[in-house]
Design a protein around this ligand. Sequence first.
Ligand SMILES: [Zn+2]
Length: 271
Amino acid sequence: MPELPEVETIRRDLAPRIVGRTVVEAWVSPDAPRLVQSETADSFCHRLTGHTIKEVDRRGKYLLLRLDGGFTWIVHLRMTGGLIHARGGCSSGFLRARFRLDDGSELCYADMRKLGTMWLVEDESAVVGKLGPEPLGEAFTPGELRGLLARRSAPVKAVLMDQRAVAGIGNIYADEALFEAGIRPQKAARRVSRKAAERLHGAMRQVLVEALGDRGSSFRDYVDADGEQGTHQLRVKVFRRTGEPCYVCGTAIRRVKVGGRSTHYCPKCQR
Ligand SMILES: [Zn+2]
C-alpha cells in the first residue's frame, strides 16, 4: 500500500503539471462502484467538471487536490491504486477513472483491486479531520510521540500504524522505523522508554526522508505519477527480509503477526 513517501512522491510530481489546469471531462468506470464516496459517480463527475486545480496537497496517505469554488477532490489509493499523469492517453488494463484536463493531458486512475476511494467535498475535515499529526511536520516533536505512546497499551507497531495517532505510516515504514530505533514491534507502546521514544521519533523521520529520496518503495504495485517504480524496496533493512541476515548483527530476520499484519524485526537488535 502506498504510504507517506509514495503519496508524497506522487504529489510532488503532479503539482507542477496539474496546478492551474481545469478538468474538462471526467469518467468513472461502472465496474468500480465503490470508488466515489458519498454520491453517485455521475454526480461526482458532473460536479468535478469545469473546476480548476489550485493546489495539490497531502494529509497522511490522502492526496488533496484543492479546486476553485472551495471544493477539495480527495483521493486515497488504498492497496493498489495509482494516479498517473499521461499526455498520450491512459494505458492501464485496470483503468477505473479518467480525468481530461484543458491542456489535453489526462489523470488516469488505475486500481487492480478496486479498493481506492475518492471524495469531492467542501469540508475536508469530514474525510481527513481525525488524522494524527504529520510525522515530518514541525509540530510533531519527540515529546508528542512520547505522549501518544504513553497513553496506549497496544503494541508500539500498531500505534505507529494507527492513522489517528500518526498519519501516513503503514506496514513498511513502521517495521523499518522500529528497526532503526532498536524497538521490538510487539512491545506495549506505554512501555517504550523516554529514550527509546526519542530514538523512534528520529528513526521515523529518517526512514521517511530516505524513502522519499528513493521515490518510494515498489514491492508490488506502487508506481509514481509517470507509472515508474520507486527504489526504496532495494534498501529496506527488515521489511520482507524474513530469514535473511540482519545487516547489523547477522541474526536471521524474524516474521511475526502484530495487529494482524506481517511484521519483520531482528530479535537481537530490537528489544
Ligand atoms: Zn540485528
